[in-house]
Design a protein around this ligand. Structure first.
Ligand SMILES: [Zn+2]
Length: 624
């Protein structure tokens, strides 16, 4: 069913978090993720602490109630005392700050005179200190989409959280390698009115960020949070969407969920259902499932609740394949850690027999029109779960609850936690405010990257083919490549080295990251002067990457790349012509292309193509 989003009053805003390709934000450790075994492991528990205003944060309380233990993994080589929260932070990484200022200028956003780093309470344990540092850098601004202008709300510089590795009941394992990697947080106004607009806007922001050549690439380096509401619904935040490809589907399905919940509310009210209909007590269903065929209920403590006159309502669809019952289950799961609930609208199922269902109905005193729900678990948690079911049902009478949701595969989402309250930020006392100086901004303004269209035009002018140009236009090498063009290096050779040769080397496990910009320039200069040829470019670069401490001339010596004298070239060519004399007699000058392969092999890297060509022509003429 296609929804009419205009009629629904869909409103959506995007908040994009993109890792920057610089050092860590508040310490000088490298911002790299490691897959080898961490050598430091320690534990922490989440506790809720009142803010300066005496309030407890709802999200922190909920996390503390679960009593989860957080296990942290770190590396002594690439993590320091800042990441383990044992030492005050260092000043913000200069390149990260510059990148964010540049992006703010690109979005016509107003840069704050004094940038103040704040602490934002984080309750899930992913920030070991219990807070994430964030600094508002700019406010306002705009982005042009094909059919409209979208307002920019704010641009901030933040530190990334620790990396979740494993989640089991009562335990989360985090790795500190990701903690402190700089993130730009780019938030739009809720100006987007359709799923398609949200997608276009996300792509546009992605392009803007990538134009700087200073953002990380690949899986997990960008996360998008979606704010979605419909007129009769509520603000819901879907946090951490990774697949840009289906970002519109998340918006579509959230609008659908909200409109379905609105419809459910109307139905509940029409039926005269009120809180009284589910105000009963949790009932111990002990004994009913002692010999059950249902594996997860057999011999377990089970507690149930009657939902008067609610037959069929738990089975109402909210999203494709998701029912109102799934909403209740997600609340129970998030708030108690219990793995969900079972309700009458999904039975018979899971091996639960008709006889057991009848017994439950009897014990809960259910009539034909009533529904029921039950949970299995330790008594205290099960009672809490029953209370949560009642609360969520009460909310359904009011409408759509505001909340934070987790994206699920395919475009659905599920409840994760309440929307964060406003009382969560306070200043980071270990850092001085950063004054943004006009002269510095002017300097940054001069380094604003070209647009994609400008880039393609420039590359074309320098004779770069379409394939390489398209590959380069949003590549992290683009800015450096343009610097090389300014220095007059050949566009095709430069782009081939940066894109194709480097990729080939990476695939072969050669440490390309050892090749600095300075080294690239030296290699290109050597090509320009004829000291090395295109044919050995890849081998020379690879060898230098493995031995970056050596000089280029030393590397070239190892390859015994010496210029062959003209006479040597001629000798080599004569030898090959004689070897193929039959062919040359037959094809005369036309044999050149057939011989070229052998000649290049023989003279690999010792002479340039133009010389070889000239001598070959001369020798072929002489021979015939
Ligand atoms: Zn560090």
């Amino acid at each position: 069913m296609e929804l009419d989003f205009e009629k629904l009053g869909l409103k959506s805003g995007l908040e994009i978090h993109q890792q920057l390709d610089t050092g860590k934000l508040f310490c000088r450790c490298p911002s790299i993720l490691r897959e080898d075994k961490p050598d430091k492991i320690f534990h922490r528990y989440i506790r809720a602490v009142a803010s300066e205003l005496g309030e407890f944060d709802a999200a922190a309380l909920e996390a503390a109630k679960k009593g989860t233990v957080c296990v942290y993994e770190a590396y002594s080589g690439t993590n320091c005392l800042v990441e383990t929260d044992d030492e005050p932070v260092k000043p913000a990484d200069k390149q990260a700050l510059e990148t964010v200022l540049k992006i703010a200028l690109m979005a016509n956003s107003k840069i704050i005179d004094e940038i103040i780093t704040m602490r934002k309470a984080i309750a899930d344990g992913s920030a070991i200190s219990g807070f994430q540092r964030t600094a508002l850098v700019a406010v306002g601004g705009s982005l042009e989409l094909s059919n409209k202008t979208v307002g920019v709300q704010s641009i901030a510089l933040e530190e990334d959280a620790a990396r979740p590795m494993e989640k089991t009941e009562g335990k989360i394992v985090y790795r500190l390698d990701r903690l402190g990697i700089p993130l730009i947080e780019f938030a739009t106004m809720p100006d987007l009115k359709s799923p398609e607009e949200v997608k276009e806007c996300a792509l546009k922001i992605g392009e803007l960020l990538r134009r700087t050549c200073a953002v990380k690439r690949g899986l997990g380096t960008i996360r998008q949070d979606l704010n979605v509401s419909i007129a009769e619904g509520a603000r819901v935040e879907i946090k951490g969407v990774q697949e840009l490809e289906i970002i519109d589907e998340y918006v579509r399905r959230e609008a659908l969920r909200q409109s379905n919940l609105v419809r459910l509310k109307k139905e509940l009210l029409e039926k005269g259902i009120s809180e009284k209909n589910f105000s009963g007590q949790a009932v111990d269903l002990n004994g009913i499932f002692s010999n059950s065929e249902c594996k997860f209920l057999k011999g377990k403590n089970v507690f149930g609740l009657r939902l008067e006159k609610c037959k069929g309502l738990l089975g109402r669809e909210t999203q494709p394949g998701k029912r109102f019952g799934s909403e209740l289950a997600a609340y129970v799961k998030a708030k108690t850690g219990l793995q969900g609930i079972i309700h009458s609208d999904e039975l018979p199922n899971y091996g639960i027999s008709e006889e057991e269902i009848l017994k439950v109905r009897e014990k809960l005193d259910c009539s034909e029109e009533d529904a029921f729900a039950f949970v299995s678990g330790q008594e205290e948690k099960a009672f809490a779960a029953i209370e949560i079911i009642k609360q969520r049902f009460s909310q359904a009478l009011i409408g759509v609850p505001e909340e934070t949701r987790n994206p699920l595969e395919g475009g659905n989402s599920e409840y994760s936690r309440p929307l964060p309250g406003a009382a969560r930020m306070y200043p980071e006392t270990d850092l001085a405010p950063i004054k943004t100086l006009q002269e510095e901004l002017k300097k940054i303004e001069k380094s604003i990257p070209l647009t994609v269209e400008q880039r393609l035009a420039l590359y074309k002018k320098h004779g770069l083919g379409e394939k390489l140009a398209n590959e380069m236009k949003l590549n992290n090498y683009a800015c450096f490549f343009e610097e090389l063009l300014k220095r007059g290096f050949n566009a095709t050779i430069s782009a081939t080295l940066l894109l194709e040769n480097f990729t080939e080397m990476k695939r072969a496990g050669i440490p390309v990251e050892n090749i600095t910009d300075r080294m690239v320039i030296e290699i290109l200069e050597a090509i320009r002067s004829g000291a090395i040829t295109k044919e050995v470019l890849l081998s020379v670069a690879a060898e230098w990457a493995k031995n970056p401490e050596k000089s280029l001339s030393l590397i070239m010596q190892k390859f015994s790349i010496e210029r062959a004298s003209n006479e040597q070239v001629r000798q080599a060519i004569r030898k090959i012509i004689e070897k193929n004399s039959a062919l040359v007699r037959e094809k005369k000058l036309g044999a050149a292309s057939a011989l070229m392969g052998d000649i290049m092999k023989e003279l690999k890297g010792k002479a340039n193509g133009a010389l070889i060509n000239r001598v070959l022509q001369e020798e072929l003429e002489k021979f015939s």
